[in-house]
Design a protein around this ligand. Structure first.
Ligand SMILES: CC(C)(COP(=O)(O)OP(=O)(O)OC[C@H]1O[C@@H](n2cnc3c(N)ncnc32)[C@H](O)[C@@H]1OP(=O)(O)O)[C@@H](O)C(=O)NCCC(=O)NCCS
Length: 246
């Protein structure tokens, strides 16, 4: 008997699987490239506001009461970022005050979580690495007999000061008030008030280095920072020329 020519059934099956994989990869790539939401897109109207030049990546995370989330100008929200104002069963009026706010030029890495009921405010130029969790509420646990998950929630607003950088896997707890231009080390749990220009590390987060006008960086930097020619340098507030909008 002559042997049938062409691929055998297993080879055919493999080819079909390869084609399916290619199609899935290509479609997903297209979705990531073209699924970005920018101001003016109908989906941007789900946000309380979205300033000029801002964009929200694909795929989105979970969204709850997006009308209480406000984005300034040139804000970048990475993929898979959860923006939850309350739980899906909780209604916030259409004209409610902003609950989660991102200042101009703030960048949020992939997989971050914002779970808020009262206020989480990120001022301008804040940078968040991937997988940061920020919340403004705790379950209370005072009643020894009621499951903690059913006990009343207590809210305490959170602020992240302008120019602060938050490393990966940081958790920011209710009531945290982080100053400007701080660096929060990877894995830190942040609570309480953090002064401007602090480096904070550990669980619970402690100030491990700080800059002040009087003493500069204390303790001094472990390694010198070499700035490449052409790299921008900061201008002290007193030396800044006022901009028309200031
Ligand atoms: C904080 C960081 C920037 C280093 O800053 P630095 O000023 O150079 O700090 P140093 O390396 O001098 O460390 C200062 C102290 O903090 C401690 N420390 C630094 N990073 C820490 C961390 N992630 N967790 C716990 N302690 C940390 C150091 O051990 C040191 O403590 P010691 O003086 O008792 O030895 C860096 O460690 C870090 O965590 N980077 C985050 C990286 C990241 O998430 N990248 C995402 C890219 S967007």
């Amino acid at each position: 008997m002559p042997t049938p020519s062409g691929p055998r059934p297993t080879a055919l099956r493999q080819r079909a699987l390869d084609t399916a994989t290619t199609v899935v990869q290509r479609v997903w790539g297209l979705a990531k490239r073209h699924g970005t939401v920018t101001p003016g897109h109908p989906l941007s109207r789900r946000f309380g506001s979205m300033g000029e030049g801002s964009w929200v990546s694909f795929p989105p995370g979970d969204y709850v009461n997006l009308h209480a989330v406000h984005l300034g100008r040139n804000v970048v929200i990475g993929a898979d970022v959860t923006l939850a104002v309350g739980m899906p069963t909780e209604e916030y009026p259409a004209d409610c005050e902003p609950v989660i706010s991102f200042g101009d030029r703030t960048t949020v890495g992939k997989g971050c979580w914002f779970v808020a009921r009262q206020q989480v405010l990120l001022e301008e130029d804040v940078t968040l690495a991937p997988n940061v969790y920020i919340t403004d509420h705790n379950h209370t646990y005072a009643d020894p007999w009621l499951p903690v998950g059913q006990q009343i929630l207590q809210c305490d607003p959170v602020r992240i000061g302008a120019g602060t950088w938050i490393g990966t896997n940081v958790v920011v707890l209710p009531g945290a008030d982080v100053g400007r231009n701080c660096a929060i080390a990877a894995g830190t749990v942040v609570r309480g008030t953090i002064p401007d220009h602090s480096v904070v590390a550990g669980v619970p987060g402690k100030v491990v280095r700080r800059w002040t006008e009087e003493d500069g960086w204390q303790p001094p930097m472990a390694r010198p920072v070499v700035v490449l020619p052409g790299w921008p340098v900061g201008v002290p507030p007193a030396d800044r020329t006022p901009t028309p909008e200031a």
